[in-house]
Design a protein around this ligand. Sequence first.
Ligand code: HEC
Ligand code: HEC
Length: 342
Amino acid sequence: MSMLRKVGIGVGGLLGVLVVVGAGGYGWSSMTTTTKLTAKHDVHRIDFPIPFPLTDDEVTALRAERSALAKSPAMRGKDVMAGVDIAAIANERAVARGKHLVQSFYGCTECHGADFGGGTMVDDPMIGRLLAPNLTLGTGSRTLKYAAADWDRMVRHGVKPDSSGSPMPSKDFFAVTDRELSDVVSYIRSFPPVNKEVPAISLGPLGKFLVAAGKIPLSADIHPTNHVITHAVLPPAASADATFGKHLAQTCTGCHGPTLAGGPILGGPPDWPPARNLTPTGLAGWTYQDFLTALKEGKSKNGVALREPMASMPKFAKNMTDVELQALWAYISTVPPQPIVK
Ligand code: HEC
Ligand code: HEC
């Protein structure tokens, strides 16, 4: 999940390659990177409500709840829904769902700051300064003019309002549904405005080389359907099954790979170990309890502490519901076995 990828763009053992590439190579990587970062991407402009309104079922449930409370003679003949601000309730629920998604799976705040006022993804003289901008409604915000379509393009396609691609790891969010994205925006919008100007991203020599060489792929360039996609409106129902688990596991695939076979993490710093194989080959003999211990306590089945970035998982896993954890396990324990990659 991208929350763990804060320091995710790194040297990857390529320093040596850079030195060998030398000055001519620098010209090449500089040009290639500029081409990649300025290329325009053709992405749809869609719409969805922010926040999502209550569904008919939710309104019916609300009415039933209020009717049960309003049994007094004074209420007889009165509309139980009078004075109920349905829009405010819808927003409250959207904010709560968005908060949960950010704190358990998406981790936007890891880069954009706990108050969404801006933060750091990478700040390194060789790699570059990839600062994550202010997303609140204060001065210096990058999202003042954002409509639903712009959130979609940036978060689910990695494409900025001017149609250029961004190094933000949007690939972790390709499968986010309309309502989930809308909920995250409602959550971001619930924060007070922060007045902060965050400088535009700039890449250092190594960063340029890594982007040019495709070692830091821009999400916009690796969209699986080349941006031709109809996004699902709602996530699968929250139940302890593999369908919901697969949806949640999207954020694990950024490191563990699309088949969960594990292996070296693309763009990870040199001190990151390879991601483990999470298929039945890698987790042979694991129980649900072992899985919980790994996520919540950061320990492998043999009791050995898991290293970064997985060591940071417990602060997110502690916010996951039991159903979400069970669903993840239901999915992981049923994926096809994959050979262990070193
Ligand atoms: C790993 C770090 C990281 C994570 C996680 C992350 N972002 Fe970003 N985000 C960035 C960086 C860096 C930029 C600046 C990119 C640029 O200017 O090309 C950015 C830019 C943005 C922008 C503004 C683009 C613009 O200039 O118009 C939006 C909106 C945004 N992110 C939303 C989100 C949301 C919502 C989430 C969570 C679902 C999220 N980000 C998660 C690093 C991150
Ligand atoms: C930012 C990269 C990253 C993300 C995202 C990530 N992992 Fe990991 N994970 C790792 C790495 C690296 C290891 C190996 C750590 C080590 O060897 O010490 C690991 C190890 C594990 C292990 C231990 C396996 C073993 O054999 O001990 C489990 C279980 C696991 N991850 C599950 C998950 C799940 C489930 C998710 C999504 C909810 C997830 N991971 C997301 C990088 C990641």
